[in-house]
Design a protein. Structure first.
Length: 229
């Protein structure tokens, strides 16, 4: 990532690589270019993008000013700003658990909490302990590509929901059943199913790998979300 390039629109700065962190950009559910500065931040973005209560989110949103313990002005830029479906706004910081006890970090988190409270917002701190890990993270990364509406096929979705209405079923047998019923090719049915998993229409145990060695895990069961589509 070139250091001389401008940051995305509305970002106060461009993230930088230290040689030890993972930097990059994604296009979020609202079509916005969002930066991330670590793999931990990337895992939060996966969760935000899948969260139906999140409308949009922005990286490096603004520089907050506060007085530090020495009585001098300090600045701090939260990692993300999030807009929610209920009209609420929140700021989010991703950090390491071991850094939470550092006085400088505690001061800026206290200041950000107070600033958000004045605005009627909420401030959240995320660490590696509460963000997706292991199988959940692997499943999110695997299904990320199937977010777009081009994978939404109403007849196939209806067939899948009918099939799962009364019982759980493993992924591969389900895909084969819908393939035979609908006449749609197997990859198309599978992509539609992955789309429904991402959007939580169809559910699974996220702590169990959906795929093993690039093939469906035979132990993974799928079921229809309570209340249906």
């Amino acid at each position: 990532m070139g250091l001389k390039r401008k940051p995305p629109d509305d970002n106060t700065r461009r993230v930088r690589s230290t040689g030890r962190n993972l930097c990059g950009v994604i296009t979020n559910k609202a079509g916005r270019t969002v930066q991330f500065e670590s793999f931990t931040e990337r895992s939060l973005l996966l969760r935000l993008d899948r969260d139906a209560t999140v409308v949009d989110y922005l990286s490096q949103p603004e520089q907050l000013t506060y007085m530090n313990a020495s009585g001098k002005p300090s600045t701090y830029t939260p990692d993300f700003q999030v807009w929610h479906t209920d009209g609420q706004v929140s700021l989010h910081e991703v950090t390491l658990e071991q850094r939470l006890t550092q006085p400088r970090i505690q001061q800026r988190h206290t200041a950000a909490t107070a600033i958000c409270a004045e605005r009627g917002w909420t401030y959240y701190i995320h660490t590696e302990k509460d963000l997706p890990q292991g199988s959940e993270l692997a499943n999110l990364l695997a299904l990320w590509a199937y977010r777009p509406t081009r994978y939404h096929d109403v007849p196939v979705q209806n067939a899948i929901c009918t099939q799962l209405a009364n019982h759980e079923q493993a992924l591969y047998p389900l895909v084969m059943d819908i393939h035979q019923q609908s006449g749609r090719d197997i990859p198309h049915v599978a992509c539609c199913l992955y789309h429904l998993l991402w959007h939580d229409v169809v559910q699974m145990d996220w702590d169990r790998l959906l795929f093993q060695d690039a093939v469906p895990n035979p132990e993974t069961q799928l079921w229809l979300k309570r209340g249906g589509v």
